[in-house]
Design a protein. Structure first.
Length: 170
């Protein structure tokens, strides 16, 4: 059995009492060496994913050149790890089915029409911020009702009733 047949075998295992807090994959926060290593790990899993779920037409071979696709695949991988290689969580009996539903919901976001033919197309450049945009934003923060109105809750009456009920139980 190869690593592609069982990607969970790539995930390091430690005794349950020594397992650290699960780490999130934030690409920008990784040092370059870690980023390269994790991208290789993700690539191995993506190869398995494309083959297992017959997504070779949905995930272009150049997926790693498209940051939005990398982010979506990263989220799917992290969820897959928690679902298939993590500990069973009570109340999550359908976790695997939920993950597969999430995969199918994400699939349209993995497709790139420009690269569908198997040839990578460079995405258009992100437009630079126009002159004065930062100052305009700061001005908005100072004068907008959305950012200057006092806090209030639309269900304040219900919250008040709940506070009174909770106080009465004490």
């Amino acid at each position: 059995m190869s690593d592609l047949d069982n990607p969970a075998s790539l995930w390091p295992t430690m005794p349950s009492e020594a397992q650290p807090e699960p780490q999130r994959w934030v690409w920008a926060a990784m040092d370059p060496m870690d980023r390269q290593q994790r991208l290789r790990e993700l690539a191995t899993w993506v190869d398995w994913l494309r083959a297992t779920f017959e997504l070779h037409h949905s995930i272009p071979p150049c997926w790693y050149r498209h940051p939005p696709v990398v982010e979506h695949l990263t989220a799917l991988y992290a969820g897959w790890i928690r679902t298939y290689a993590g500990e069973q969580v009570p109340g999550r009996e359908l976790a695997e089915a939920d993950w597969i539903n999430t995969l199918h919901a994400f699939t349209p976001r993995l497709q790139l029409a420009a690269c569908a033919g198997g040839r990578h197309e460079v995405p258009p450049p992100i437009p630079s911020a126009r002159a004065g945009a930062a100052e305009e934003f700061e001005s908005y923060l100072q004068v907008s009702r959305a950012t200057t109105e006092p806090a209030w809750h639309p269900a304040e009456a219900e919250l008040g009733r709940r506070r009174v009920e909770a106080a009465a139980r004490l």
